[in-house]
Design a protein around this ligand. Structure first.
Ligand code: PLP
Length: 418
């Protein structure tokens, strides 16, 4: 396989092509094929953008008919039938059954653009510049979302000061009570030296941060602090929304309603770029055009997004996540964690991490997985967590095969490294 064109012309900034240095061409369900005919099982899932697998037939048929009929593709924020159908179905199948009340804002199609919109609106609404985020979070790579993002290496690339964010301890660092206490003191101690924030922004499961699952109690604690101090609670559900944790929104397990919710990745249904901000109606104080973007109206993604919502509406995918969750949890605990002293297993739904506390070791294992036909990535501090994130509808046999590859690769690496 010739990869020289990429290596010669494509910027050094590329990342995943370094972990998986082959040329991909075909993908179906949980299988990708490279141009040399080799097949790979997918435990990476487009970083969470392919919850229903590659080229899902049901969604694909909707896209094909939409294209065949010359329906509108580029819509900015004009009224279109595709948008009407998406919003109505989203309201009927997601918002109303959960007794939630949100308006939707469509933003530019990347997750980071929706985070920027949420941040801008929280600041405008409260008149405050500061925002709280948690150690270990990832919210995107543009300046506002990067100021939230905690990883030192990514922050260093900004080239300008990243300010107006206070990073608070995450619950797994010094305990849940401490994490909540820190926020409370930061808000009430008149000598804290910390400006009152517009919002507390968090993922309910820190994904890139190493699969750290926050408990329902902690999430309720943050909600309570936000309400009492009139600070907005903004949940970034970009990676772990859309059923990844077993429910459509990841915060459902806490029975809370954040003031602002960010969705992206799998809302586009088919891997198509699409992002939205959900906002409690009274927060919607935007003036027309204050946060615009040429590609806010990705009609194909709206068609695919509605089809994906139809797919999940009867609950069978959520049920399938529960079955697969138990399988992955038990397998990682019983067959992987025992291979290496101190290894930890963390996760929920179909996002799991095997923390080896050793980035080089985790890297050797994921490379060996790739050699054996499994696409799997790393996350967390020093990239020491092997991240298991298959499609939500991966056939059980393929899930089992992928886990076997991971176990055998880990065994092989551990044998050679001692
Ligand atoms: C939790 C979270 N927030 C924000 C982003 C940024 O999304 P995008 O890469 O589409 O800008 C990501 C991407 O991985 C993410 O996982």
């Amino acid at each position: 396989m010739d990869t020289t064109i990429f290596e010669r012309y494509e910027s050094e900034v590329r990342t995943y092509s370094r972990s998986f240095p082959v040329v991909f061409d075909y993908a179906k369900g949980s299988v990708l094929r490279s141009t040399d005919g080799r097949e790979y099982l997918d435990f990476f899932c487009g970083a969470g953008a392919l919850n229903y697998g590659h080229n899902n037939d049901f969604i694909k048929q909707r896209l094909i008919s939409y294209l065949t009929d010359d329906r509108i593709i580029h819509g900015l924020d004009m009224f279109t039938v595709a948008k009407e159908e998406f919003i109505s179905f989203f309201e009927k199948s997601v918002i109303e059954p959960r007794n939630l009340a949100y308006k939707v804002q469509f933003t530019g199609p990347t997750g980071t653009n929706a985070v920027e919109a949420g941040l801008k609106l929280a600041r405008k609404y409260t008149g405050r510049a500061n925002v709280f985020a948690l150690n270990g979070c990832f919210h995107g790579s543009t300046l506002g979302s990067l100021a939230l993002t905690s990883e030192r290496r990514k922050r260093a690339a900004a080239g300008v000061p990243l300010d107006n964010v206070t990073h608070c301890p995450a619950p797994y660092q010094f305990g849940e009570a401490h994490a909540l206490d820190f926020m409370e003191k930061a808000l009430t101690d008149d000598h804290a030296g910390i400006d009152k924030p517009a919002a507390i922004v968090l993922e309910t499961v820190q994904a890139e941060g190493g699969i750290n699952v926050f408990s329902a109690d902690f999430l309720r604690g943050v909600r309570e602090i936000c309400t009492r101090h009139e600070v907005l609670m903004m949940v970034d559900d970009i990676q772990v929304g859309c059923l990844r944790t077993g429910t459509f929104f990841s915060f459902e397990r806490a029975g809370i309603a954040p003031d602002i919710v960010i969705l992206s990745k799998s809302i586009g249904g088919f891997g198509l770029p699409f992002s939205m901000v959900l906002l409690k109606p009274d927060i919607d104080i935007w003036e027309p055009g204050e946060h615009d973007g040429t590609f806010r109206g990705n009609q194909l993604a709206m068609v695919a997004g509605k089809a994906a919502l139809e797919l999940v509406a009867d609950g069978h995918i959520a049920e399938g996540v529960r079955v697969r969750e138990a399988l992955v949890r038990d397998y990682l605990t019983e067959q992987l964690a025992v291979l290496h002293e101190g290894a930890e297993v963390r996760g929920i739904g179909l996002i799991w991490g095997l923390d080896l506390h050793d980035g080089a070791l985790a890297g050797s294992i994921t490379r060996e997985c790739f050699n054996r036909g499994l696409i799997i990535e790393r996350a967390g501090r020093e990239d020491s967590v092997v991240k298991v994130m298959p499609s939500l509808v991966i056939p059980i046999e393929q899930l089992q095969t992928g886990l076997d590859i991971l176990r055998d690769a880990a065994k092989a690496v551990l044998e050679t490294t001692g």
